[in-house]
Design a binder for this molecule. Structure first.
Ligand SMILES: [Zn+2]
Length: 247
């Protein structure tokens, strides 16, 4: 993972900039992204659909903004046609997913599941990344040193060090961000948190503040999906394996 400067919401993408009346009853012009947000809030905050952090309806809300072709292409460009997490080149791994950093429909907290997820961020530019299927989806991987294949992949995981800061409705992210355990390549400095050991595996850094180490240590669980990529990438692996063991 490397730091990426994504810049502000690109207004060249029509879903974020082109305003239209939402219908005969609509009184104000909205962008497609704003329209989806309005509908999502209506659906996900309806007590007939969700109760006590559980989905109780069989009805489904279909998000479309994040699937927009222009948006996906811009994300791919911003992330250099590479997975935002493991940096695998999309020319070599397929398929690629437009990934929600904060999951939209469900959140795996580490101790349980919450429904819905961060539905109000489903089409939000700053919450979208591109990721390879191995990083985004649950798949079994061979991990060096492990006798059996291990299920890895981010899926809907979004752990915090303190659940009391968990956002369950649209609000400023600042407080929750302070207890977020997953690295965001667009706001964190990955190299402050991650190091690569002599096997070429990702692990947490140790020469940092105690709080950071604690955070990174927890993160390494979620970044294990990087291992296979680093291991299999011959050029990087040979470079890493030539480093002194105690470096
Ligand atoms: Zn990846």
């Amino acid at each position: 993972m490397i730091k990426i400067n994504r810049g502000p919401t690109p207004l060249t993408i029509k879903v974020y900039s082109e305003k239209k009346f939402k219908g005969l009853k609509g009184s104000s012009k909205l962008t497609k992204a704003e329209q989806e947000l309005e509908k999502a809030i209506e659906f996900f905050t309806n007590p007939a659909n969700y109760s006590k952090d559980l989905k109780i309806t069989t009805e489904k809300f279909t998000f479309i903004i994040y699937k927009n072709t222009e948006l996906a292409e811009e994300l791919e460009r911003v992330f250099g046609k590479k997975c935002a997490y493991c940096e695998s080149d999309f020319a070599h791994v397929m398929p690629k997913d437009v990934e929600h950093f904060r999951p939209k429909s469900e959140i795996e907290t580490g101790t349980g599941k919450l429904q819905p997820g961060y539905f109000w961020l489903a089409g939000e530019w700053t919450n979208l990344l591109v990721a390879c299927a191995d990083c985004n989806r649950a798949r079994k991987h061979e991990v060096p040193g492990q006798p059996k294949k291990i299920k890895l992949g981010k899926e809907t995981q979004f752990p915090l060090s303190n659940e009391t800061f968990r956002l369950r409705a649209q609000a400023a992210l600042t407080d929750e961000d302070n207890v977020r355990l997953l690295l965001d390549p667009c706001s964190d400095e990955p190299e402050n948190h991650l190091v690569f050991n002599e096997d070429g595996l990702t692990c947490h850094g140790w020469a940092h503040k105690v709080s950071q180490v604690k955070r990174a240590k927890r993160l390494s669980r979620f970044l294990r999906y990087n291992e296979k990529r680093w291991w299999k990438n011959d050029a990087r692996f040979s470079m890493i394996s030539s480093l002194p063991l105690n470096n």
